[in-house]
Design a protein around this ligand. Structure first.
Ligand code: PEP
Ligand code: MN
Length: 338
């Protein structure tokens, strides 16, 4: 169960509530976020919800039977909108595109990409400075120095930064240069990292694990929320299946199902989702029709020369066409009301 507390709940009202929950054998978890104070009660006993709901100091009470609670739509019917500031919003009817290279490679690349994004009205640039790579001999990113250079140009041009954080120890150094922390597929169940990102007041894009179920994704998001950060977006980026004709199996089904199970925004990553440049556009558009609140994809000035993931990366001309089609598709989805 989720109990939302009144802001001015007194100590004695709180201890009455705790005593009541203990008397029905419910385990108590106190959660304090940017928006609210909650008590999460976990237990099995049947009880009369009104006997708690009418207690002093309680704003609202909800039964949530899912393993994840705070990210469930069962208690929060309205969709969450994640606000990046400067009128950049994702979810609850607001749609955004995030584009940029797989890896941040050089200052010149940063400048060219930002100019391309500004020209096309894209407000969020993606790119990795810490890259999870299958081989230790592959390019692993420019690190914090690259992020600082990127931030300087992004800020000067009104562009927001989304980039992957791989370790708890990186968070503090990255904090002032990042608008959205990305948790990559390989770290989707790194519970220490999720705990730490719950203590940060910055939006998080949480990717689905390579073989992660939707339930695991939602429980991973619950780690972040229950540590205090409500600003979470989920990302479907394809799962590993038996199929070898493409890199991953983009699970379009995940989008409507997640949108039913959670109030959090859902973003689609068609680049990693299919891993083949010429098909990125069609699966991106399919993702938008299926209900995605945002799209994140890879673009590079010369994809053939990209340090990572060039095979799934669009050039500027191809991405320009895609921005336009994504916006049209989103408008069409709204028009027909799906
Ligand atoms: C990426 O966004 O470049 C990336 C490494 O993504 P994922 O974690 O989904 O593989
Ligand atoms: Mn990539």
């Amino acid at each position: 169960m989720i109990i939302q507390l009144e802001k001015d709940i007194t100590d004695s009202q709180l201890s009455n509530l705790k005593n009541k929950l203990e008397s029905i054998d419910y385990k108590i978890n106190a959660v304090s976020t940017q928006n609210s104070e909650y008590i999460i009660g976990v237990g099995k006993k049947e009880f009369d919800i009104r006997s708690i709901g009418t207690m002093e100091g309680i704003r609202d009470i909800h039964r949530v039977s899912d393993a994840y609670k705070l990210v469930s739509r069962k208690w929060k019917v309205n969709e969450t909108q994640v606000n990046l500031g400067d009128n950049v919003k994702i979810g609850n009817g607001a749609f955004e595109i995030m584009a940029g290279p797989c890896s941040i490679e050089s200052e010149s690349q940063i400048e060219q990409t930002i100019a391309h994004l500004v020209e096309n009205g894209v407000k969020i640039m993606r790119g990795g400075v810490y890259k999870p790579r299958s081989s230790p001999y592959s390019f692993r990113g420019l690190g914090i120095d690259g992020l600082k250079v990127w931030h300087k140009h992004a800020k000067a041009n009104g562009i927001k930064i989304i980039t992957e954080v791989m370790m708890v120890e990186q968070i503090d150094d990255m904090l002032e240069y990042v608008d959205v922390f990305q948790v990559g597929a390989r770290n989707s169940q790194n519970f220490n990292l999720l705990d730490a990102l719950g203590k940060v007041d910055k939006p998080i894009l949480l990717k689905r694990g390579i073989s992660g179920t939707l339930d695991e994704l939602l429980q991973a998001a619950e780690y972040i929320f229950s540590n205090g950060n409500e600003k979470i977006m989920l990302c479907e980026r394809g799962i590993r299946s038996y199929e070898t004709a493409y890199r991953n199996t983009l699970d379009i089904n995940a989008i409507p199902i997640l949108k039913e199970k959670t109030h959090l925004p859902v973003v689609i990553d068609p680049s990693h989702g299919i891993g083949v440049r010429r098909f990125v556009e069609s699966v991106a558009l399919a993702g938008v029709m299926a209900g995605a609140d945002g799209v994140i994809f890879e673009v590079h000035e010369t994809p053939e020369k990209a340090f990572s993931d060039g095979q799934q990366t669009l050039n500027f001309r191809q991405s320009k066409k895609l921005y336009d089609r994504l916006r049209k598709t989103f408008a069409f989805r709204k028009e027909i009301g799906v």
